[in-house]
Design a protein around this ligand. Sequence first.
Ligand code: NAD
Ligand code: TYD
Length: 355
Amino acid sequence: MNSVMLVTGGAGFIGSNFVHEWFRQHPEGHVVVLDALTYAGHRESLAGLEGRPGFQFIHGDIADMACVSAILAEHQPAALVNFAAESHVDRSIHGPGDFIRTNVNGTFTLLEAARSYWQGLSASAQAAFRFLHVSTDEVYGSLSADDAPFAETHPYQPNSPYSASKAASDHLVRAWFHTYGLPVLTTNCSNNYGPFHYPEKLIPLVILNALAGRPLPIYGNGSNVRDWLFVTDHCAAIRRVLAAGVPGETYNVGGWNEKTNLEVVHTICARLDALHPREDGKSYAEQIQFVTDRPGHDQRYAIDASKLARELGWKPEETFETGIEKTVHWYLEHQDWVRAVTGGAFDAWLKNHYK
Ligand code: NAD
Ligand code: TYD
C-alpha cells in the first residue's frame, strides 16, 4: 500500500506499535505521525523508524486546526487513524481538563479538518478515504460477574472522566458520518499490553516496580476484571477494519482474556521469578501491597469481539500467557527505553499518586 496514512498519537503506546507493525506488513508504506509528545508520547518508541523512507514525524497538536489542516493539504492521506488521547483513568481523576481538551475538542478539530479536506477530494478518493477512531470498552461502563460481555449494541454508560471524554468523542465521530457522510470507522478495544507501554499502567508498572524492589500496588482487593489484548493483535484488528470495515460501523476488539488484577500481578511475578529471580530467592509476589481503591473503580470489562470475527475474520493470536511472556522479556531487554521515558516527571507522578 503506497498511499499516505496519517497516524495521530503515533508516539504513544498503541500508536507506535501500530506504525512499527504497519511497516512490517507494508515495507513500501508511507506514514505521517502527528503527535504532541505529552508525558505519554516518546520519539524513542519510534526510534527504529527515524530516517526511514516513507516515515515522517510531525510534532503538533490534534486540537490545532491550522496544523491539522496544513498536514492534510500537504500529505493528502488516504486514511487517518486517531490514537491521540489522554488515556490514563487515574490522571483523569486528578485533572480532567486535559481529557476534555484532547479527547473531545481534539477529536472535534480532527473531524472538522478531515471533513473539509475530504469534501475537496475527487469522488473516487472520497469513497476510498477512511477516518478510523480508536476508542475504548470503558465507554460501556462496568459489568457484574454474570453479565454478558460488551457487544457493539451495549448502551454507553461511562463512569470516569476518561471514559466520559472518550464516549463524547465516539458520539462526535458517529455524528460526522450520519450528518456529513465522512467515512468513519470506530473501534472499541479492551485493555492492551505489550512493548512500549508507558509504565504508569498496571502491567508495565508492576514489572518495573518488581525489578526496582518497590511495592506492587493493587487497588482495593484486586478482584477487578479486565480483558487483556496483546497490542500487536489490536494492531492487526485495526488494519483489518481499515481494509474491510463498513463506514459508520463500530467494531469491538478484545482478547477473550478476562483476568482479575490479582491474577495478572501473580502471573507477572511468576514469570519474573523464572526469568530474573530475586537475589534473596523469594518471589516477587512478596512485594504485593493492597492500596486505597480508585474512586469509582469499574469492576469488570469484557469484550464480545464476535462481530469482528464473523464479519471481518479477525481473531487474536496471543493468549494471556504467551503475551505476558513476550511482554516481560521485552521489558527485561529494553531497560534503555524504560530509562528514557521515566525519571523526573514519572517519579513525581509515582510519588504524588501512591503517597
Ligand atoms: P498513550 O497515552 O500511550 O498515547 C497517547 C499519545 O497521544 C501520546 O503519544 C501523546 O503524546 C499523544 N497525544 C496526547 N494528546 C495529544 C494531542 N492533543 N495532540 C496530538 N497528540 C497527542 O495512549 P495509548 O494507550 O497508546 O492509547 C491510544 C488510544 O487507544 C487512545 O485513544 C486510548 O483511549 C485508546 N485505548 C487504549 C487502551 C489501552 O489499554 N492502552 C485501551 C482502550 C483504548
Ligand atoms: P490501568 O492499567 O490503569 O487500566 P484501566 O484503568 O484503563 O483499566 O489499570 C488496570 C487495572 O489495574 C484497573 O482495574 C486498575 C488496576 N490498577 C491497580 O490495581 N494498581 C495500579 O497501580 C494501577 C495503575 C492500576
